[in-house]
Design a protein around this ligand. Structure first.
Ligand code: GRF
Length: 186
């Protein structure tokens, strides 16, 4: 069985989608949810779906081995689904080409520090882009710079608000992220 830990800092709708996709899978299972925010809604989703969840304060990610120890005990792969901290070097080193992130834009455009959530969609709108999309990529020690695994696009119309863009992006994420993870692991 290939075990997935999902790291999320926020709502966790992608985490829930991934958990459900692999619920009855023959060789892949979500075994842990990890968050850096006590109030993250992903914790409620994990409880509802009976997936063990752990909260670690930011300090633990940046200065201690405790998170790496937890991951090594529970996961063969690490999935980032709305995780807002940079992955520390000790975890990157322990999981070479085994950490997968989803970014809500067509990297390398609209990536890097500070480019997350609505910031991305607002920037896409303000730049007058006619398309945007998702990027699923392996994670290295720099924000949003690992090898790209998959991209999907969606049109942006002049009348779209950043919220409309966000909704279109979420639909792409739900449709593709679990399948791309499955293909990357098989
Ligand atoms: C998603 O848009 C993802 O692309 C980005 O963070 C967001 C997480 O949303 N990395 P959710 O917490 O899965 O609802």
């Amino acid at each position: 069985m290939k075990r997935l830990a999902i790291l999320a800092s926020g709502s966790g709708s992608n985490a829930e989608n991934i958990i459900r996709y692999f619920e009855n899978h023959e060789s892949i299972k979500v075994t842990s949810i990890v968050t850096n925010r006590k109030e993250a809604k992903v914790l409620e989703r994990a409880k509802k779906l009976n997936v063990p969840a752990e909260y670690f304060p930011k300090k633990a990610f940046l200065e201690e081995e405790i998170v790496l120890d937890h991951l090594l005990k529970n996961a063969d792969y690490v999935i980032l689904a709305g995780f807002l901290l940079k992955i520390p070097q000790n975890i990157v080193d322990a999981y070479p080409d085994k950490i997968i992130n989803i970014h809500p834009a067509l990297l390398p455009k609209f990536g890097g520090k500070g480019m997350y959530g609505m910031n991305v969609h607002t920037a896409v709108k303000e730049q007058g882009e006619t398309e945007t999309g998702i990027t699923i990529h392996f994670v290295n020690e720099n924000y949003d710079e690992g090898a790209i695994i998959f991209q999907a696009k969606t049109a942006v119309s002049a009348s779209d608000s950043p919220e409309d863009i966000a909704n279109n992006i979420h639909q792409l994420e739900y449709a593709h992220f679990p399948k791309v993870i499955e293909e990357a692991l098989l």
